[in-house]
Every structure is written in structure tokens, then in C-alpha cells.
Design a protein around this ligand. Structure first.
Ligand SMILES: [Zn+2]
Length: 242
């Protein structure tokens, strides 16, 4: 009890003495503990199916990305993936939850984050897609299911591959862990939608297991090839894309 009171006094004092700085521009962050007001409004809403998504013959029933992959989003995603800023995932998930709560995405049974390979999750200490999924779940009040889908195959780096090669590279990378408890519908969550190869393979695995409807929500999607190149380079900053 005393500890809590002490914390309530000390934390604001620390914030006053050393105010949190915006991750993007370095100014004092007033909007929340890592983003200033201006940079928050530099995030550009997209809210549609990514340009690289081809609905024809897709196993994905519907897909939407909340933000454009602009310079502000690039820094947020980079910090989420490589600098242990897991709270950015929760923040993005909350924003997605607010944006999509009155849409058809609210009608699914559960939320499934694209799983990371065990080795990669250990390296990163968390799965960024799971952080985003938790943020959406807080708003949707929909369960997050991390017990169903597993990434079992250690795949080679995807960086220099085109869409077809990526699809081939990721084939068979996912497995179903628990065949007894198959939901009838699920939303797959990822941070960025690039070519859609990963989400399509995960959706395919779920459908083969008996999930009837699979939607996909991602925090961002690149609009131009130079953005796409940067997303690929982010993958390249690690030895392997697991
Ligand atoms: Zn800022």
C-alpha cells in the first residue's frame, strides 16, 4: 500500500524532471509516453485492402491495413520489432480496435497473431504481432488465440525474393497445434502487409484445419516500391527471416 502511494508521488516527479521524449522527433512527448501530438497526427490512415493484395483466388476473405507505411510508421515498426518497444504494439492494436470496431471484423470468433518461430521469439523476447493482437482484443473484447497456430519451419531469408518466390519459401511453415478446438472464424494479425505471402500461407493452414472464414488486419502497408524496399531491408537487418 505504502509502495503504491510512494510510486504515485515519485513517478510524476520523474516525468517532470525527465519528461519522456517522442520516438520520432525527440520533442517532449505529451500525447503519450513516446509520441508527441504532431507525430501522432502524422500517422496516415489507410483503412483498406493493401494495393499488393489480389482478392482473386485468395484464401483470405477480407483484409485491411490501418495505416500507410510512411516515415513515422517506419520508425514505430522498427522500434517495435528491434528495440524492445512492445508497448508500440499495444498502442497500434488499440488504434486498430477503435477504427475497426464497427466493421465486419468485429464478427469473428478470435484473433490469431502470426506466430514467430520459437528461436526468433526468444531473441526478440516477444512476438510483435501478439502485442498488436492484445491491443485489438482490449477494444474488441475478443479472445486472442495463441494456442492454435505454430510456426514450425525455419525458413531462409525472404529479403531478395519476389512474391512468387516468397510464397514458395513460406510454404508449409505453419502447423496446427491443437486440432480439437478449431474456431469457425479468425482474424490473423501482422504488423505490415507486404506481398501477403506469410498471411496467405497462415490463412491456408487455418482453412485446411477447418476454419471457415479468415480475415487479416495489419497495422500498416507500404504504398510505393521504395517503402516496400525498406520493409524488405528491415527483414535483412537480421541474419535470417524465421
Ligand atoms: Zn514527435
Amino acid at each position: 500500500m505504502k509502495k503504491n502511494i510512494l510510486r504515485r508521488i515519485i513517478n510524476p516527479l520523474i516525468d517532470w524532471l525527465f519528461p519522456p521524449r517522442c520516438l520520432i522527433c525527440g520533442k517532449v512527448a505529451l500525447f503519450n509516453s513516446y509520441l508527441c501530438h504532431d507525430c501522432f497526427f502524422d500517422l496516415e490512415i489507410f483503412g483498406k485492402a493493401p494495393h499488393s493484395f489480389e482478392a482473386e483466388n485468395s484464401v483470405i476473405d477480407e483484409v485491411s491495413s490501418l495505416y500507410k507505411f510512411n516515415n513515422v510508421m517506419k520508425i514505430l515498426i522498427h522500434n517495435l520489432k528491434y528495440n524492445k518497444c512492445d508497448y508500440i504494439g499495444t498502442f497500434l492494436g488499440n488504434q486498430m480496435g477503435i477504427y475497426y470496431k464497427n466493421t465486419s471484423f468485429k464478427d469473428y470468433d478470435c484473433i490469431i497473431p502470426i506466430p514467430l518461430h520459437r528461436v526468433k521469439k526468444d531473441m526478440r523476447t516477444y512476438n510483435q504481432a501478439e502485442q498488436i493482437a492484445n491491443g485489438i482484443s482490449q477494444v474488441f473484447e475478443m479472445p486472442v488465440n495463441i494456442g492454435l497456430l505454430k510456426r514450425s519451419v525455419f525458413t531462409e531469408t525472404q529479403t531478395k525474393l519476389n512474391q512468387n518466390e516468397r510464397q514458395e519459401n513460406i510454404k508449409g511453415a505453419f502447423k496446427i497445434k491443437n486440432k480439437k478446438d478449431i474456431p469457425s472464424s479468425a482474424i490473423l494479425i501482422d504488423d505490415v502487409f507486404t506481398t501477403g505471402a506469410t498471411t496467405s500461407e497462415a490463412a491456408n493452414t487455418l482453412k485446411e484445419a477447418g476454419v471457415k472464414k479468415v480475415g487479416v488486419l495489419t497495422a500498416a502497408t507500404p504504398l510505393f516500391s521504395r517503402h516496400l524496399k525498406f520493409v524488405f531491408e528491415m527483414d535483412d537487418s537480421e541474419d535470417v527471416d524465421l
